[in-house]
Design a protein around this ligand. Sequence first.
Ligand SMILES: Cc1cc2nc3c(=O)[nH]c(=O)nc-3n(C[C@H](O)[C@H](O)[C@H](O)COP(=O)(O)OP(=O)(O)OC[C@H]3O[C@@H](n4cnc5c(N)ncnc54)[C@H](O)[C@@H]3O)c2cc1C
Length: 428
Amino acid sequence: MDTRLPEFPELEINGYITELDLLNNPIFTAKEKEFLSEFYDFMEENLETDLKTLEELNYLAEEPIQEKKREIVVNVMKKLAEKSYYSTIFDSEDYDIGNVSRNALIALALCGGFWSRNSEKYIGGNWSIEMGRLAGGTLYCNPVNYKANDYQRNKFLNPVVKSGAMAASAMTEFIAGSDVFRIELRLEERGNKIIANGKKLFITNGMLADYICLYGRLDNGRLGAIIVDTENQQLKNFESSRVITYGMRDAFVSRLVFDDAELPKANLLGGDGLDIMFHQLTEERLVISAEALGDSIKKLFYAHSFAIQREQFQRKLHQYQIIRFPITKNMREVNIYLSALMSYAREIDKKQQLERSKIMASQVMGLKIETCELAFQTSLDLFRTMGGRGYTEQYCNQIGLLDAYCMIHGGGSHYILGDSESRKFFKK
Ligand SMILES: Cc1cc2nc3c(=O)[nH]c(=O)nc-3n(C[C@H](O)[C@H](O)[C@H](O)COP(=O)(O)OP(=O)(O)OC[C@H]3O[C@@H](n4cnc5c(N)ncnc54)[C@H](O)[C@@H]3O)c2cc1C
């Protein structure tokens, strides 16, 4: 059964908005714009139909949609990988901009969508699809790339980067959330095997993943990381199930249970688990900042269009200051944060050791928190602008209204460095 009301037409984006056109924005360099423009063409040609179908499935009540969604999501990652858009760690020589900048630009576009000059229409983004890309392409690939030996690289990294196999990174547990030092999952050595016992929570892609970078406690009490080949989710003594979240409807956030699961010791990554985990966190936070800014852009497209189309008391809504002011304020803030985002991304691309700098980690975390809160605020302003429609799935689905609510926590924003410490760089 389709839950849409025939009286509510689809909310149309009715025009190009200069302030939201990244290709028209002096913050980006010519090379960055060229990359973005190519990605936009790819998105319109290869992803638009998939993203639209994912949205349409949300309107069906009383029908199983999870399997259909699973197939689309897995296919999207393969399409992204064909063009090196899933993980950006390889093929650097083919591009004039660095890996981290590319990663951020893809996230911006995939969440924000864009006004297509080819077809004169808005192509919508989807934050939950981007979360799947980030979990597989960055949270899994970057630490594995950092520590894998040749055997591990061939067997577990290449299939993800080059062929778009689904992957995940499993840090969070029921007790160890922000405080990853408290990880309890046991990785016990037994001959040439590692026996995994414990549970993980909120793992993006967990129930779709072919490979998982699993963090746990070794016999010597230290944290380690091991690659789990889930054997197409059929691995013995391993179970995965979905955590239903109120946004992020295509991200397959999961709960994992390892109950005496046997893993080959050859899959253990060398070095300290915490060091491996932290190796990707700065880039993760930066990409999530790009996602949040993309999402804000998408919400602004919708708020602006609705305010122009809807009339009450013989005036269009945009003629009321209470409606118009938040839209323009949010547009200004997006631009300030875009500038910080691209400066950090370019600096890290220039000097890779900055990824390991505590001050950079802190600044980028401040940016992540502020941009996610801006995405949250933009959703709130859009929600108010839409009146009663904001309560219907018909409009929530179309614009991913609740995605930003998940990302206040999603993606490990609070590990180790205190919220207040990092935020000081962005005091307004
Ligand atoms: C959509 C989504 C996707 C996710 N994907 C993954 C994934 O792929 N892999 C993975 O491992 N995890 C994932 N997570 C989990 C995420 O990393 C955790 O939710 C996050 O680390 C917070 O942990 P927690 O939920 O246990 O909150 P808690 O740690 O219980 O924190 C509760 C509150 O206390 C605050 N707090 C805690 N410590 C401090 C401190 N020192 N200073 C100031 N405030 C503090 C927190 O900010 C928060 O507001 C995902 C979460 C979501 C929502």
